[in-house]
Write a protein that binds this ligand. Structure first.
Ligand SMILES: [Zn+2]
Length: 375
C-alpha cells in the first residue's frame, strides 16, 4: 500500500505508466475500470495491460467481487518482478533486507558487526549480501540496487557520507562502500530512510514527522510525500532542540538537548543497556522503573508538543523504542494533550509500522520508486 500521490508524475506521463501506477495503488482492478478511471479507451487499456503482462510487470489475479453477471478478472502488479536491497549500518550491527516492488520483505538478516571503515568490513558486507541473494533464490538480474542506511549526514546526491558521529567517520564515498556489490548504490540517513518506509506504507497522510527514538534521537520530516532534508541536509535533527536551559549534557557538546531526555539510553541505562528488561520491569510494577518511565513520557510529551505546534502533522514514534510504545500510546497522548495549546486528544501521535526493519526497507525503496516512475 502506498499513498496516492507518492509517485511523481510527469506532465506527459504515458498511458502505460498511468496504468501501472493505478494498478500499484489499487492493488487489484479490472481492465474496464482501468479505462474508466483513467479516461482512456478500453482498447488502449487492453493493449497496454497486454504489453505490461508480456514484460512480467502485471498479471491477472483472482476474479473481483461481482454485483451480478460475469465476474471481471482483476489485474495486479507482479510483486516479484524486481527486487531491491537495503542495508542498515549501525555502530554494532548490520541489518540487510531484500524487498520486492510492493515493499514486502522477502529475505532478511541481522548480525552483530562493529563498523569499521576498512576493506575487510565492506568485503564482508558483499559476502553477506551475496549469501542472502543465494539463500532467497532470487535472480540477481532482477535486483534494482542497494540502498545504505547510515546514521549521519549524507550529501544531497546520496553518494557521500559527509559525517557520522556514531560511526566515527567522515568523507566516506558510497563507491567505497559498494565496492564488493555489483549493483547501483546510494546512501540515506537512517532516520530519513525509516521515515520514508513509514510514508510508503501509509495512504492517508501526505505530511508526517518521524521520531527515531534510539540510542540517539533523530527524525525525518515528510512534506507532500517527500522527505524534507533542509538546506544543509540536517532537517529532522530533533534530538538537539533544547528542552532545558543549562540542562543535562548532550553528546553534541551542548546542554539540555532532547537527546539527553528522550533517547532509549535514558531508559536502558537503568537495566544494563537492556531495553527488553526495562519494559519487563515496568510491566512487573518496579517502582523505580515506573518513575523513570513517567518522567521520560513527560519529557517526550513536551518535545512532541513543541514539534506539533511547529509542523501540525501526524507524529510517528519509531526507532528502537517505537515497537515498545503500542501499550503506552494512550498515556503519551494524554500527557501531550494536557500541555497542548490546540489538541484535546493528541490522536495524531502514532506508533511506527515497520519496527526494526524500517531503515533498511526505506533504503531499499530508494531504488523501487524511480523504477516505478519510469515504467
Ligand atoms: Zn545535542
Amino acid at each position: 500500500m502506498i499513498y496516492e500521490n507518492i509517485i511523481k508524475t510527469e506532465n506527459k506521463q504515458s498511458n502505460r505508466n498511468r496504468i501501472y501506477q493505478l494498478v500499484y495503488l489499487q492493488g487489484k482492478i479490472s481492465k474496464p475500470d482501468i479505462a474508466t478511471q483513467l479516461g482512456i479507451s478500453l482498447p488502449t487499456a487492453l493493449q497496454n495491460v497486454k504489453e505490461l503482462q508480456a514484460e512480467g510487470l502485471l498479471q491477472e489475479g483472482s476474479p473481483l467481487q461481482s454485483t451480478g453477471g460475469r465476474r471481471a478478472v482483476a489485474v495486479t502488479c507482479t510483486s516479484n518482478a524486481r527486487y531491491s536491497i537495503g542495508i542498515d549500518i549501525t555502530r554494532n550491527h548490520v541489518r540487510i533486507v531484500i524487498i520486492n516492488l510492493m515493499a514486502e520483505i522477502v529475505s532478511s538478516l541481522r548480525i552483530q558487526k562493529i563498523f569499521q571503515n576498512t576493506t575487510d568490513y565492506f568485503s564482508e558486507l558483499g559476502n553477506l549480501v551475496d549469501g542472502l541473494i543465494k539463500d532467497s533464490k532470487i535472480n540477481p538480474e532482477l535486483l534494482l540496487g542497494v540502498g545504505f542506511s547510515v546514521p549521519g549526514v549524507i550529501s544531497s546526491d546520496g553518494l557521500l557520507l559527509v559525517y557520522s558521529h556514531v560511526l566515527n567517520v567522515s568523507g566516506l564515498q558510497c563507491s567505497q562502500m559498494k565496492r564488493y556489490l555489483p549493483f547501483p548504490a546510494m546512501l540515506c540517513n537512517d532516520a530519513n530512510a525509516a521515515g520514508y518506509a513509514e510514508m510508503w506504507s501509509d495512504r492517508n497522510n501526505s505530511n508526517a514527522l518521524y521520531l527515531a527514538l534510539s540510542n540517539s534521537v533523530g527524525g525525518a520530516i515528510i512534506l507532500n510525500n517527500d522527505l524534507y532534508s533542509g538546506e544543509n541536509q540536517r532537517a529532522g535533527e530533533f534530538g538537539h532542540m533544547t528542552l532545558v536551559r543549562d540542562g543535562l549534557p548532550c553528546y553534541c557538546g551542548r546542554n539540555g538537548c532532547m537527546d539527553s531526555y528522550c533517547s532509549a539510553q535514558v531508559l536502558s541505562q537503568h537495566t544494563d543497556g537492556n531495553l527488553d528488561l526495562f519494559f519487563q520491569k515496568l510491566r512487573d510494577g518496579d517502582i523505580k522503573i515506573q518513575n523513570v518511565w513517567k518522567e521520560y513520557l513527560e519529557w517526550l510529551a513536551m518535545a512532541i508538543n513543541n514539534l506539533t505546534v511547529s509542523l501540525d502533522c501526524k507524529v510517528i514514534l519509531g526507532g528502537y523504542l517505537g515497537s515498545y510504545f503500542e501499550e503506552y500510546l494512550n498515556d503519551l497522548r494524554r500527557l501531550t494533550a494536557d500541555i497542548s495549546t490546540f489538541d484535546a486528544d493528541s490522536e495524531h501521535i502514532n506508533v511506527c509500522k515497520y519496527k526494526h526493519d524500517a531503515a533498511a526497507v526505506g533504503a531499499a525503496l530508494l531504488f523501487v520508486r524511480p523504477f516505478i516512475e519510469q515504467i
